[in-house]
Design a protein around this ligand. Structure first.
Ligand code: DAK
Length: 259
């Protein structure tokens, strides 16, 4: 796959997307969104890909937000269109049937934090900084930040960060539950791969089902308990379930087919 603003690679069944605009601290422009969508299509449809890690190029920034230079001249209509398109692509990440981990290697601001929050899990290096500085630019977050930040850290702290535009350090983000782990810069990728390895040891069909169940909690008009019952029932028709239970009874490690 040929991309200009992202790097896409697959090693041992784990895909890695690196947002690659280091001169602009990996800010998100239209082309990044379009290439991200194409790469996500591959993640969804390539059976050999078992999970995805998203990171930023360089050692300073994960993603320093939406590309301010691109949207500064937008009209009301263009602004809304940009927002809806970004939200649609972040929803594709959030609904991915394969686990997605953000490896946050520096600034995760505005759209960068919004992208990280659409991933299932977040690991940050100790130099990472988090914030929604949009109000300082005269806009609101436009890619789901007001919703996902509130879901992740609760209304009080979310309001504080959104209304002030202040930046959080990695250790504070850990305490708030905004990230799952903090590591050194050197250990970040290994920590993300180790976490992915643990997920890839269990049944892929059950992993996808858990993602659907948890996301159901946050979906208007959907009864998550009902979703869980339905997903639980569906497990009984999978080869993974057969293999998992057989392996347990035969006292051996399961070798899940992922079907
Ligand atoms: N966009 C474009 N370029 C950026 C950028 C960004 N978000 N962030 C940094 N850069 C560029 C800088 O312009 C600079 O480029 P040159 O001047 O060298 O050409 C280069 O990256 C290095 O940046 P600095 O020289 O500023 O680096 P420092 O270490 O001094 O500072 C910083 C790092 C991250 C604190 C600083 O760069 C910074 O404050 N960056 C902006 C952070 C920010 O406010 N991000 C935007 C958040 S708002 C919308 C939908 C969504 C959004 C908005 C509208 N609609 C639907 C309309 C979302 C908005 C956001 O994400």
């Amino acid at each position: 796959m040929n991309f200009e603003t992202i790097l896409f690679e697959v090693n041992s069944g784990v895909a890695k997307i690196t947002i690659n605009r280091p001169k602009a601290l990996n800010a998100l422009n239209k082309q990044v969104f379009s290439e991200l969508e194409e790469a996500m299509n591959e993640v969804y449809n390539n059976f050999d890909i078992k999970g995805l890690i998203i990171t930023g190029s360089g050692d300073k920034s994960f993603i320093a937000g939406a590309d301010i230079k691109e949207f500064s001249e937008f009209t009301v209509e263009q602004g809304e269109e940009l927002s809806r398109n970004g939200m649609r692509i972040f929803k594709i990440i959030e609904d991915s049937p394969k686990p997605v981990i953000a490896a946050i290697n520096g600034f995760a601001l505005g759209g960068g934090l919004e992208l990280a929050m659409s991933c299932h899990l977040r690991i940050a290096s100790d130099n990472a900084r988090f914030g929604q500085p949009e109000v300082g630019l005269g806009v609101t977050p436009g890619y789901g930040g007001t919703q996902r930040l509130t879901q992740l850290i609760g209304k009080g702290k979310s309001m504080e960060l959104l209304l002030t535009g202040a930046m959080l350090k990695a250790d504070a983000a850990l305490v708030l539950g905004l990230v799952n782990q903090v590591t050194t810069q050197d250990e970040l990728m290994k920590a993300a791969q180790d976490l992915m390895g643990k997920i890839n040891n269990v049944a892929p069909t059950a992993v996808s089902a858990v993602i659907r169940c948890v996301n159901a909690f946050y979906t208007d008009g959907v009864d998550g308990f009902n979703t869980e019952a339905v997903e639980f029932g569906k497990c009984f028709a999978t080869e993974d379930f057969k293999e998992g239970t057989t392996a347990f009874m035969e006292k051996r490690k399961a070798n899940f087919p992922g079907k």
